[in-house]
Design a protein around this ligand. Sequence first.
Ligand SMILES: *[C@@H]1O[C@H](CO)[C@@H](O)[C@H](O)[C@H]1NC(C)=O
Ligand SMILES: *[C@@H]1O[C@H](CO)[C@@H](O)[C@H](O)[C@H]1NC(C)=O
Ligand SMILES: *[C@@H]1O[C@H](CO)[C@@H](O)[C@H](O)[C@H]1NC(C)=O
Length: 481
Amino acid sequence: ANCCSLYIYYIADASVVGVNYGTTGNNLPDVASVVRLLQKNGITSVRLYDANSTVLNALANTGITVIVMLPNNNIAAVAASPSAARQWVLRNVAAHYPATRIHAVDVGNEVFLKARSLTRQLVPAMVNVHAALQSLGLDRAVKVTTPIAFTALAESWPPSAGRFRSDIARPVMRPMLNFLLRTGSWLSINAYPFFSYLDQPDKIPLDYALGNYTPGVRDPGTGLVYHSLLDAQIDAAYFAMEKLVGSSSSSSSATVSAREDYFADNKQGKGTRTPPVHIQEHGWPHRGSKQVGKPPGRRLLASQTSAAASIANAKAYNNYVINRVLSGNTGTPHRPDADMDTHIFSLFDENLKGFGPSDIERYFGLFYPNQTKVYDFDFRGRALLAAASWCVANASVGEARLQAAMDYACSHGADCSDIQPGAACFEPNTKAAHASHAFNSYYQRYGRVTGACDFAGAAYIVHRAPKIGKCVLPSKVPIGV
Ligand SMILES: *[C@@H]1O[C@H](CO)[C@@H](O)[C@H](O)[C@H]1NC(C)=O
Ligand SMILES: *[C@@H]1O[C@H](CO)[C@@H](O)[C@H](O)[C@H]1NC(C)=O
Ligand SMILES: *[C@@H]1O[C@H](CO)[C@@H](O)[C@H](O)[C@H]1NC(C)=O
């Protein structure tokens, strides 16, 4: 028998890394060129700051997934009127789907920060947009969320102390999280380790902000060690959500009936359910300085930031993010099984953002407006795949040798829980499939040294991710390859 017919080769695709396509520039390429640029670079997901039909038409039939935005200035109308929500969805989603693979609607952008007066209308607007999608049969394909600024958290260090601002926690976040859970959506956060670093450059190690701080920082509450500020920020959001579990629903919220109170399920011992966290916007500028104050007293913090906002740092951070997602190493210390869907800000440098030509706001681009890369990156993860490897069973050695080797692996550190009867990777129930899981677990655990994939000749190394039944064999890839 052909030993390898069992395997379907493909890149692990549980999480997505895409880009934010901002258009605040007067020298950006035309939309058709942008779409070609995305395709040429293997970028499979974009987030827009509107639902521009020219852009959505250009993205049709490309396979690229798209997050559209309902702008803040439409929230009041949509919150007040289901038919206004339906009109918006008809024109901006239904008219384009499925040719354009719209998979989420952002209702507003950073409402708590940029449109505070709309705070109480946010969840009702989300509910109405979802109801409109549902009435059009689109609610399974298209999810509703809203990107919140990281400042929605009153506390974020240590992560276990994470909590939402008290003015929004019970009245807004709780019904929102309930809505996100009920509809299979996610909490979207715009988090910028870069700006956290800028605020406290003397306290935060640069490597920690860049995602690669070897000594790590320990959360005294949990004992968990963080090597990446981004992980700490994601976990702070998870802890903040968990703190709302079991708290009682705000009586002023008419959006959640008791029957739909998913958080109440948690209280009844059904586990700590929260929606997943997606970092919908983050990035690192490659030049410029930060602005402080408001005009006319506005000034640049030149000395501090010109060092942090460099091509080398932007390259390090954004490659860390891309490789992190493509490698499948998306879990955080507190949520080891979490996916990490994320969009990098931004596709291009945008010369009309911010204040003046030296403002960092203009220099978050992965590409210059002339479509050259600012630095190297690879959304296809070729370097990663070259570096990754897996250990699989050689079926032709026969079942007895596979069983003996599997017994050894499972009793010497391999995690064999997934291949027990009823567990996620029990099917297909063959020796070769089970042994592959056990061998690979052992091999990854012991650092993928060649000697860890021997098993007296019953195993061999492969360089493309094998999928067996419904299960992808995991690979721990060193970050920053
Ligand atoms: C939509 O995008 C196109 C192409 O970038 C642009 O020319 C047009 O002004 C945009 N429309 C709106 C309403 O923003
Ligand atoms: C593209 O623009 C950048 C920044 O202005 C410049 O350094 C680079 O030389 C340009 N590349 C080409 C091919 O024009
Ligand atoms: C699998 O085992 C057979 C029999 O021992 C051997 O001939 C073959 O080379 C092995 N295949 C691989 C890919 O190691």
